[in-house]
Structure formats: C-alpha cells, structure tokens
Design a protein around this ligand. Structure first.
Ligand code: BDR
Ligand code: CA
Length: 317
C-alpha cells in the first residue's frame, strides 16, 4: 500500500497525544518524525509527552525533536483549558527512555523536507512556530512541501467556531492565538494550506457513544485506556469528550481527505493585541473581497460519524 509521508508537529497535550496514536497506527501514513513545540505546555513537557506516547506504542524508531520554546516574537500565554498536571489528562505515563533527536525540530523539518522534496506533508496540531521558523531559515522548502494540514483558526462557518473558542479572546483558536505571527507567515507562505478550525474540529457530534465507551473499556490496549482516562478527565471538569480528540481531525484528514468538506477562502490573521488577537478573519464577501489576503482551504463540514469510526478503529487496532 502506498503511504503518505508526514511530519507531525505538535504540542502534546491530550488531543495531540491521541493524534500521535492515530498517525502512528494508520497503515496509510508514514510518520517520519514527531516535532514538538511550545503551546499547550512548555516545549520541555511537550517533548517528554510525545516520547511517552511513542514508547506506549512501541514506536521508539520514530525520531522526536524539540522545537521552539517560545512564539516567534511574543511571550507564551497560559492556557485557560488545562490538560492536567502532566499535560496528558493525568495519565502519568512512565518517563520516556528514548533520547531526543540530535537535530532540533526546525532543522529536522528542513532536512526531512529537503531529503524528500514534494513528498512530506506537514500535519500541524500546535502553534505554527516551528514551521514558520523553518520557512524563515530555509525559504526554499516552501516549494518542496506538498501540503500543510493544520488544526488552526475559527472561521465562523457555524456556531461551534465561536462557542468553542479555545484562544483567550472571544473569537480566536488557541494555536493561532499563541503564535499569531507564525500563523501569518505560514498562511502567507503560498504552500497549500488546509486549516481545520474549531468549526469542524469541535462539533459536539464528535462525542463518544455509550457503545464506543464500552468498546474502549473492554480493550486491553494502553492507548484505549489513555483515551478513556482523558474522556473521564474532561467530563469531570464539565467539558465534552470532543476535547480529547480535537487534533485527531488533522490526522484523519491526512488519512482520508473526504472526511472534511473544505472551501477556498481568503483569510487574514490578526496580529494586533487586544480584542481580536489571533482571530482568523475570513473574507467571504460577494463584492470587494480582499484578494491580497492568502487564499487557503478551510474546513466547513466534517463527517463526524466516519471520523469517529476511523479513530475508534485505529485506537483499538
Ligand atoms: C487546539 O488547542 C489545543 O488545546 C489543542 O491541543 C488543539 O491543538 C484547539 O484550539
Ligand atoms: Ca494541540
């Protein structure tokens, strides 16, 4: 079977951890590296957590590289939504034994893309600091990246976009809010960009049924136990279970792009402080549209049933 090469750039995070599980277990993907970034937690924690998940899956062959400790130019905000003391819904997995890659995340992205021109899709489930820095350091890679699939933005295409806003302003999504300058660089890079925002990644329909929970309970797979624990953790704090798998939507799209319907749109990233910092402003006007804004693909509707089916199959496989 032909596989798609990906680098998963993430900030685990419980849902990033589940995204790693899905990506690594999918026979359709070849995970060339996991690169970590500051976001949900400081980068020292996210690179520990990424390795914990790979050890849980016995995939210690996949390199993990430590990335940017801070956004491109600003200080990192603290997350209003906590992923628990360990950043993994308090699963407290064993400390990792595998060493980090000798290359940092930015250089590993650059080297991997250059060694496989036109072949490596970047899947981004954290702030875009590493990817933007790689583009600054080696602009030539922009022509070598076939696609970036990102959990990024909130486009106001349905109620979820703003009801479930994760950034610390009323209409921003966390990954863009943390490093809006990085997002702006990537949105404006000219690389094909698919942004799956809160519109599609935070549907309440992404919640697990009683039958799903029963299947997870019956499984002896550690990754099923991890997910179950995360669901109980978020439910116990008054959140819905979709919070445990937001980032999985990007991996699911990398596996099967018919799972999310997208539209092409001009989108600008707000980098000014204040009420709208980190907002992804979509220009859908019939007339006078701002064509200077980058033209990207934006998720408008997800097939939540098929998404959950794929997720459950991979977790239990
Ligand atoms: C994003 O915010 C983080 O908390 C999640 O891991 C996800 O990447 C959603 O806005
Ligand atoms: Ca994330």
């Amino acid at each position: 079977m032909e596989t798609k090469k990906i680098i998963l750039d993430c900030d685990p995070g419980m849902d990033d951890s589940m995204a790693i599980v899905m990506a690594v277990k999918s026979p359709k993907l070849d995970v060339m590296a996991v690169t970590t970034v500051n976001g949900n937690y400081p980068v020292d924690v996210t690179c520990i957590n990424a390795r914990k998940v790979l050890e849980l899956l016995n995939r210690t062959d996949i390199p993990v590289a430590r990335g940017m400790a801070n956004p491109i130019i600003r200080k990192s905000p603290s997350d209003p939504f906590t992923h628990g003391k360990d950043g993994q819904a308090e699963a407290f997995l064993p400390d990792p034994k595998i060493p980090l890659s000798k290359l940092d995340a930015v250089d590993l992205i650059i080297e991997t893309v250059k060694a496989n021109p036109g072949e490596v899709t970047l899947v981004s489930t954290g702030p875009m600091s590493n990817i933007a820095m790689a583009m600054i350091k080696a602009p030539e890679i922009k022509d070598m990246i076939p696609e970036i699939i990102a959990i990024s933005g909130a486009f106001g295409l349905n109620d979820y976009a703003f009801l479930n806003a994760t950034g610390d302003t009323p209409q921003s999504e966390w990954n863009v809010y943390v490093d809006p300058e990085a997002a702006k660089i990537v949105y404006e890079s000219g690389v094909k960009l698919v942004c799956l925002g809160l519109d599609v990644a935070t549907y309440f329909d992404v919640n697990f049924s009683d039958a799903d929970i029963a299947r997870l309970e019956k499984s002896d797979k550690p990754e099923a136990k991890f997910l179950l624990n995360a669901i109980h953790f978020v439910n116990g704090r008054g959140f819905d279970a979709y919070c445990t798998v937001i980032d999985c939507m990007a991996v699911a799209y990398a596996i099967d792009n018919t799972l999310v319907e997208t539209m092409d749109a001009h989108v600008g990233v707000e980098t000014k402080d204040g009420l709208t910092l980190g907002m992804t402003v979509i220009d859908r006007r019939h007339h006078f549209v701002w064509e200077h804004l980058p033209f990207i693909k934006v998720g408008r509707k997800a097939d939540c049933g098929r998404f959950l089916g794929l997720l459950m199959d991979l977790v239990l496989a």
